[in-house]
Design a protein around this ligand. Sequence first.
Ligand code: SF4
Length: 422
Amino acid sequence: MAVHIMDEASRCLQCKKPRCREGCPINTNIPEMIRLFREDQMMAAAQMLFANNPLSVVCSLVCDHEKQCEGHCVRGIKESPVHISAIENYISDSCFERLKHDQQPKNGMKVAVIGSGPAGITIALVLALRGYSITVFETRDKIGGILRYGIPDFRLPHSVIDRYYEKMKSLGILFRPNFAVGGSVSIQDLLNDGYKSVFIGTGAWRPRRLNIPGETFGNVQYAINYLNNPDVYDLGEKVAIIGSGNAAMDVARTAIRQGAKEVTVYVRGSSVSASPDEYEYAKLDGVQFELNQTAIEIKDEGPVICDTRKNEDGKTELLKDTARLVQANSVIIAVSQVPQDKLVNRDKELHLNEKGNLETNERGETTMEGVFASGDVVTGARTVVSAVRYSKEIANDMEDYMRAKAGLPPIDRSAEASSDKA
Ligand code: SF4
């Protein structure tokens, strides 16, 4: 493994204008990471990676590298790109426990973080390192949110998230598992108790419906529910999946690992929306794909599928006369998720936008003063790396807000911003 990683690192051309970095949503300094690694300074590379992206270990496993860093690597024009994700994973994973954190002394300000998915973990880590006292509220018994309950273990081992939990505890972060803010305790209660600001990173867990007849039947499941705990489902041998994003690939590959013999993904358009890597892995695992087809009804025996085509306006049209029943023991609907609105119902000052996402301004502040949000609860279901990227910015906004409230001068972040560009 090490030899292979070294070989890959040695292929990097150390470009002056690194296209790989331009393709990285969180602007990871990839040539610098590789330079340090090649010069036997792996810990320094790991420190740099963590400072830029606290979820580097996770992103090295679950990002869409083909579209992002590796898809932009100049080596990829004539041959295969540098295997950046493998190098990043090797560095971040092997150094994670040994990272030295320059944690600032406690500043006496408490922050509540609701939800422990990628956004919540990022905010908690960033602000804990800056001296804030963090309490994380999580409705489940373990942290991770979508990382644990929405991405299968074979793509992101749960042990990685357990290691984050240990890291967070070592930084003094407190946890309230099995506790839903929005039930007996409201956000206002947290503010009344002296939390200087509250972060909402509760993700998007409400399945988006297809709105077709039969969606409530016992042979139908939603992707996010299935991925939550696949062991409790008995899907049978023949499974039909409606939708073609990464969640659909995760469902299909999990179903095969759980014993399904025939798994077919029905794709509304002419190409899948999952990342090319995930699509290839799904095919490798034996998943079948039917393009330009969608379900218009679900019966006890399986979905009623009809062909689709693009009309002149570019809209997808259903060819209803092609409708036919496809035999399947189970149907899984995987067409994205929207946030739950429990918190909004409890704290009326919070508003949702027309898409059902939590409304925030450009600084991540919700319609309730001192309450910030980012991640899927604001954007709808997106990628892990985009949740981390925005959460880093929101952490700054929260800090600026709390310091202003406490009568402290703002932090000068100009040095940070210029080193980001370096
Ligand atoms: Fe190295 Fe490829 Fe990035 Fe150039 S684009 S610095 S070769 S990883």
